[in-house]
Design a protein around this ligand. Structure first.
Ligand code: AMP
Ligand code: TRP
Length: 334
């Protein structure tokens, strides 16, 4: 069975962007693939973060993923730092990765620009990401568009390692990018992202969705209610395409062009449709939040399954690289 791996930062909550861009597809892929979904806490520390909140955000992310339909019976759901081999293989990969390739990464350029002192961890971020995927010899990596460059780099890392140490040991993974490859945030400009504060959360209550959507950017040509607009350039219209039935989408386009609706009318319909779409997920999350111990247990079981595969891969890696075998394999049970 082909193997899927993907990761998500422990940012606490799923939002419409990472849900439509990635998580929704992970849920769909579970029936055809063996899936590994990892909450990447060691990636999260490469930028400033709130130490006192990391644990909570990790658990909340797990809760959201389970509520969104990740099924722990079929998918291995786990936390990156619970499987030590991720950082071990990342170290190995730093020795086949040219610095120039890392400096070229768009995400690195964006993030490092915003910082006074650039950390080595931020530069090496895609090396750890390559280790995440290759540790499981996964062939398919469902992600949003922003991660495609990182997946290409992991293909190159696999090729370089294979060429030096063991032909064909690592497969070259393929990015799988869906229709919702880049969901734009409520500012109508940037990618929807928790760090930019332009999100609608998957677990937001209906009234919160409305409050967030109300001031959202629309077609700037619509200054007053009577000004006609161009739906194709409006992010609210694009969101309708993901949440409203075809007939409503057509109606929205028509009412926008003819100024039949004001932007608030259009947003009201969208807010209701988003709230309805996520109602079952909100309910499941509320149930799971009452049982945090169960979520921790699911993560522990996931880590145990992941570790089996990861340890096997690392044995092969060390052997091919000529390292002296340790007399006893370290037994790590966390
Ligand atoms: P993150 O939440 O940034 O860790 O991203 C998790 C996954 O969601 C990655 O595959 C991203 O490419 C995808 N993703 C995040 N934000 C968006 C967005 N605004 N539009 C489409 N995909 C996204
Ligand atoms: N870098 C990804 C993001 O920010 C998260 C991630 C970490 C990931 N490791 C991965 C995605 C492995 C796919 C495969 O969204």
């Amino acid at each position: 069975m082909a193997r899927v791996f993907s990761g998500i930062q422990p940012s606490g909550e799923l939002h419409i962007g990472n849900y439509l861009g990635a998580v929704q597809r992970w849920v769909a892929l579970q029936s055809q693939y063996q899936c590994f979904i990892c909450i990447v806490d060691y990636h999260a520390i490469t930028q400033d973060y709130d130490v006192s909140m990391l644990e909570t955000r990790t658990l909340d992310m797990a809760t959201s993923l389970l509520a969104a339909g990740i099924d722990p019976e079929r998918t291995v759901l786990f936390v990156q730092s619970h499987v030590l081999e991720h950082t071990e293989l990342a170290w190995v990969f730093t020795s086949v990765t040219p610095i120039g390739e890392l400096e070229r990464m768009t995400q690195f350029k964006d993030k490092s620009q915003r910082q006074e002192s650039v950390l080595a961890g931020l530069l090496s971020y895609p090396v750890l990401q390559a280790a995440d995927v290759l540790l499981y010899k996964a062939d398919t990596v469902p992600v949003g568009e922003d991660q495609v460059q990182h997946v290409e780099l992991m293909r190159e890392i696999a090729r370089k390692w294979n060429a030096r140490y063991g032909d064909g040991f690592f497969p070259e993974p393929q990015a799988l990018v869906g229709e919702a490859k880049r969901i734009v945030g409520l500012d109508g400009q940037a990618k929807m992202s928790k760090s930019l504060g332009n999100t609608i959360g998957l677990l937001d209550q209906p009234e919160v969705i409305w409050q967030r959507l109300r001031p959202a950017m629309t077609d700037p040509a619509r200054v007053t209610r009577n000004d006609p607009g161009t739906p194709e350039i409006c992010n609210i219209y694009h969101l309708h395409q993901h949440f409203s039935p075809k007939k409503t989408v057509e109606e929205v386009a028509h009412k926008c062009r003819t100024a039949g609706w004001g932007c608030l009318d259009c947003k009201r319909v969208l807010a209701d449709n988003i709230a309805n779409a996520f109602k079952p997920i909100r309910q499941r999350a509320a149930e799971l939040k009452k049982r945090p111990e169960q979520v921790r247990e699911i993560l522990a079981a996931g880590a145990a399954k992941a570790r089996e595969v990861a340890q096997e891969t690392m044995r092969g890696v060390r052997e091919r690289m000529g390292l002296l075998p340790a007399r006893t394999e370290a037994v790590v049970d966390r």
